[in-house]
Design a protein around this ligand. Structure first.
Ligand SMILES: [Zn+2]
Length: 420
């Protein structure tokens, strides 16, 4: 099969800049993908959508008593605003966020080590006035790392907004050591909307044009990150698969969707299934590629379909001699909105070994990635695709096992959020 790592790597080099949702970087990323689509002789189709945005105008944290100290912080997006002069309140460290821990938290500004939906809900119920979460590693060098920019998601704020900030772990430890009594938290932010888009193209099936296999990969990255591993690599692999199918016309239609704004909450794929509700019945399978390229890593297939597909992939990697891991599970990426509509999915992911590559930081750079590793993953996806797309009879049942449906519902918080 003509799958070439060098070509994939060349695309990666072109996308070597920050592609944050709704920014010019994301637009530039879309332009590069469009250009490469055109080079195959096909036309890209754009699907535009709006993404909620926020801008932090002011965020500060100061210990007032017993000794004045101020800390560098970042405001949490969508956590609302403090009063103009900030919130002045007692400080409390919330260790477990259990009832016993929150019994006297009302009206206080709390430091909490992590902020899942459940923890946040407990903070809201306890009536805390503000929150602080630590970011990164105690030993981070501030010159070489970034203080996280975080935001609350719909799942957090369904029961209320509490203004919050993020602080470096070392500062959080020093804050605790100072045994603060009164502290002041200031947060001012504006909420707005920005533009993003999916880029779509397809190669019509020669025998079963109405049976569609959808390929997805997100091309946006997070703040500070060039997102080479996550997920310029997957985007570039999709382009190589497109080139393959242009040269080798498939029996079934292959549709490629480069999704925008995945990192902000799967906005591109959610928008696709919403805007194309009438076309979903034809989609037989979603193949999503997210994370690829690390030299030291492990190819992994995460199957969000009937269990038989796990066995098929296992037999196949043994047959062709391609060691990899396999999970029958959901995966936090663009395959979820498709699976939520009943479309079986498989995610191909090449996880970097611990320390081999960095994700969601300024260190997600091209250096630990090689053309050979990209080719390794891409060649498996291509061989799998060749069998599935050109199958005599499409083998994957249109069903998602009950326990995975439950996981999807929980992930999308469908039960609690009526708006999704
Ligand atoms: Zn990703």
């Amino acid at each position: 099969m003509d799958i070439r790592g060098k070509r994939i790597y060349e695309t990666l080099k072109k996308m070597n800049f920050i592609r944050l949702s709704t920014t010019d970087g994301e637009k530039k990323g879309a332009d590069i993908i469009s250009e490469e689509i055109k080079q195959t002789g096909l036309e890209p189709v754009y699907e535009y959508f709006k993404v909620p945005c926020y801008e932090i105008v002011k965020a500060s944290l100061e210990v007032l008593e017993p000794k004045r100290m101020s800390f560098n912080v970042k405001g949490y997006g969508y956590s609302g605003n403090s009063a103009k002069d900030g919130i002045i309140a007692d400080f409390k460290y919330v260790e477990t966020a259990d009832e016993i821990d929150l019994i006297d938290a009302k009206g206080k500004i709390v430091l909490v080590s992590s902020l899942g939906y459940e923890t946040y809900e407990r903070l809201v119920k306890a009536g805390v006035a503000g929150f602080i979460t630590p970011s990164g590693d105690y030993f981070d060098d501030p010159k070489k790392t970034d203080l996280d920019e975080r935001m609350l998601r719909k799942g957090h704020i369904q029961n209320g907004q509490i203004p919050g900030v993020c602080i470096r772990m070392k500062d959080a430890v020093n804050l605790m050591k100072s045994e603060p009594k009164k502290i002041q938290l200031v947060l001012e932010q504006k909420e707005d909307e920005g533009d993003s888009k999916n880029i779509i193209t397809e190669v019509k099936g020669t025998k079963y044009p109405d049976e569609v296999i959808v390929y997805t990969a997100h091309y946006d990255s997070v703040v500070f990150s060039k997102g080479m591993y996550d997920n310029a690599a997957g985007s570039a692999i999709l382009l190589e698969l497109l080139r393959y199918f242009v040269k080798n016309p498939p029996l079934r239609t292959v549709r490629f969707i480069w999704c925008g704004s995945e990192e902000r909450g799967l906005f591109g794929s959610k928008n696709y299934v919403k805007e194309n509700a009438d076309k979903l019945d034809n989609i037989k399978l979603c193949i999503n590629v997210d994370l690829a390229g690390p030299v030291i890593g492990r190819d992994t297939a995460i199957v969000l379909a009937e269990e038989k597909l796990c066995h098929m992939i296992e037999y196949m990697y043994k047959e062709i001699g391609h060691p990899m891991s396999l999970r029958h599970d959901i995966y936090s990426s663009d395959s979820i909105p498709f699976a939520d509509k009943g479309i079986p999915a498989v995610n191909f992911v090449r996880y970097g070994a611990p320390g081999a590559v960095s994700c969601h930081t300024r260190n997600d750079v091209i250096d630990p990635i090689s053309a050979k590793s990209l080719e390794y993953t891409a060649s498996f996806v291509a061989q799998f695709s060749d069998r599935i797309v050109n199958a005599y009879m499409f083998p994957v049942a249109r069903e998602i096992p009950e326990e995975l449906v439950k996981k999807i519902d929980k992930y999308l918080l469908k039960k609690q959020l009526k708006t999704d």
